[in-house]
Every structure is written in C-alpha cells, then in structure tokens.
Design a protein around this ligand. Sequence first.
Ligand code: FCB
Length: 436
Amino acid sequence: MTPLEFPKGFLWGTATAAHQVEGGNDNNDWWDWEQTPGHIKNGDKSTVACDWWNGERYRQDFDLAQSLNTNAHRLSIEWSRVEPREGVWSDAAFSFYRRVLAALRERGITPLVTLHHFTNPRWLAQKGAWEARAVVPLFERYATRVVQELGDLCDFWVTINEPTVYLYAGYVNGSWTPGKKNFSLAMRVGENMLRAHVAAYHAIHRVQPHARVGLANSITPLVPANPRLWLNRTLAAFQHRTYNHLLLLALQDGRLHFPMGNARIPEAMGAQDFIGVNYYFSRRIAIDLAQPAQLFARPLPPRPWGVSYDAELNEWFGKGEINPDAFVETLKWCARFGKPIFVTENGICDRDDDFRPRYLVQHLAAMHRAIGNGAPVRGYFYWSLIDNFEWAEGYALRFGLIRNDFATQTRTPKPSAHLYARIARENALAADVMEQ
Ligand code: FCB
C-alpha cells in the first residue's frame, strides 16, 4: 500500500463552538432551554462546560492542539456575550475573544471563526429569533461589528453553522429550543438564515475585502430504504434536496427553491468563498404515512459498519449509518460549485475511543479519494478538539480527541489524538496507519 498524501498546505484542524466549551453564560436561549427538566439528558447544563470563559482553559487546550500538529482551529463567537442587550456591545467580551484568537495565532494555528452556532442572545429569542425577517439586519450589524473588532486576528469566517439542523431540531422535530413543530415556520427560518448569511457575506467583505466567508452546511445524505419503490425514492430525493442542497443551490443561482419559497435573491448569487461541509453519516428513510410532521418519512436503524455499535454510538448514530462512501459522493457533489471546500466538521462520539481511529482513517481516506476525483478540499476540522456540552445530549456523548474529566477539568489526549497528530505531521495517511 502506498501512503495517501494530501495536497501541500492542507489545513489539519479541530473544531469547537462557544456554548459547548465556554461555560459561564446565562444570557442566551440555550441556557434558558437547559433549565427545564427533560430537555437535556441527565439534566446536564452548560454551566462550566470546558471552562474556557472563567478559567481561560482554552490556553491549555490550544497547547494540546499545537502538540497534535494541527495548524487550524474552528471556534465560534457567542453573540449574547458581545451584544448582551440589543445594540449594546461588550468590550470585555471582545477582549476575551482577542485573547483567544491571539492564543491560537501564537501557536501557529489559523483560526476559522463561526458567527452563529445555534445559540441566540435572549433579547433576540424574545423577538422570535430567526422567525422574523428583522433578524437579517441585526445579524448583519453583529457580523460587521465582530469583523471590525477582530478582523486583524482572523480573516476566515463561517457565518452560520448548519441552518438545516437548526431549523429541523427547533421547528420540525422540536427537540431543541424553541421546541416547535411547524414545517412552514421551519422554511421561513431557513429563508431568513439564508438572507442573513448573504447580508453578512457582503458586510464582511466591505470591512475586510480579502476575507474568506462561507456557511457550514450539514450534509446528511438521505437514501431510500427500498429503492425499488417509486414513492420511497421520490420521498428520499425530495428530503435529500430540501435538507442538503437547497441553500447551496440558492447561493449559486440567487433563487429560493421549493419548498422554501420561490423568491429571487440576486445578491445571493455566488455569496460564498468556500463550501463548508459538516458530514457525519448518511440516513436511510422509509415511508411512514403516519408521520406527516416528519414529511412522511421514518429513519431506519443503521446497518452494522464492520463492527456493531455500542450504546453510545447507538444513541447518536442510531438513526444514521456510518458511510464513508457517501462522504466521497458528498464532496464530489460540492465540487460542482467550483469553490474550495473545507470539511468544517466530521467526527464520532465514542467515549472509550474504540471506534474513533477506524472512523477517522476511513473518512480521511474517503476525503483523499474525493480529492483524487477532483474535489478541491483544502482542509479538515475534526469535531471536536475536546469532549464538551453536546446540546440535548449534555455530557453523555463524547466527541473529543481529548478526554475531559468534567469534575476536575483534567484533559487527557485519547489514542486517536496521537493518530491524528501523526497524520497531520506527515500530511498523509501512511500505509501502516491504513492497514491497522
Ligand atoms: C453538529 C454540530 C456540533 C456538534 C456535532 C456533534 O451538528 O454543529 O455543534 O453538536 O454536530
């Protein structure tokens, strides 16, 4: 076996998001959601998380990221900190993020900054957050301010993380704040997120002409459980397009597509400098006429992936299927936009690190295959650098390369961290790594 080498200058990164690692914030809608029993597994709360805010423990985590030979890190700015009340900006919060970004740069790690990663300031949530068109200028103003304050430390931006996960979990299955089940409202949220991205894209470029700006798209290929059934194929294709492709298509041709509406948004045309892809698994869906709220679809349990899943994997991948081939297809599909691609998230929850090395190597090999097929993938951000507050799953699901003992805040790199360090150092998947 010959080693699989990656292009020169490839970015080997890790990812985190503010609310999942910072702790010490009671001013956003997720904090409010966490207070109701039943919303978060085991009643967990984001109170301390990885203690980045009060304890400034990002420093030691970035030391570890540096020791893993990574040269990039994706993190997010918490809107509720920098604009704690509408139109009021916090110097203390901007100073904090300046220290964070400087700490990365001192370690030779390029920051990629996300402006919205699921959480909203409470004042915005009280106005209906993304349900109302009024969010668009508010987000544009916030993006402008962040780039004015931090633009000397970063020029690589994700406007919004996973709009379709946000609208699905918040407005279709209702498992996340605001806990609604209303498909047409979900589509409106999607449209507002697209419009806000476009406004922020242009605003960021006005402040920082050389900026690179994109969206982090959740792409979960949806395939029919029974491809011989016309109805199943049609349903899967409709859902696949709605969930995975609609926003990217709108950014290409400046039009909304059914079922999100049919508005023309000319300023959306080409409003992304790269394609951000968050890929974890694919999903098989069957027809279920008893589930109108789920668009008549029912996810099927996964087929085994060479190994059988343990309880933790079943929790999260329970409705998905580990599928590196679908990752190749996803990256090849994204290549059609003719823009650089960054894998802004990919990873697995696996407390004991039994499956992670295998998952990592298989997905990196898949990414290599896509690059060989012409997909311009320029970087990869493993989710996550460290075990953290995993939304409705609380601290139960562990995605980190680094273990966090939340009681003592002790960090321990897992075996897969050492594996990733070697891959990043060699900029390649060595033959023995693949054989193992
Ligand atoms: C993605 C989210 C990220 C994390 C991973 C596991 O959907 O963007 O915050 O929760 O899943």
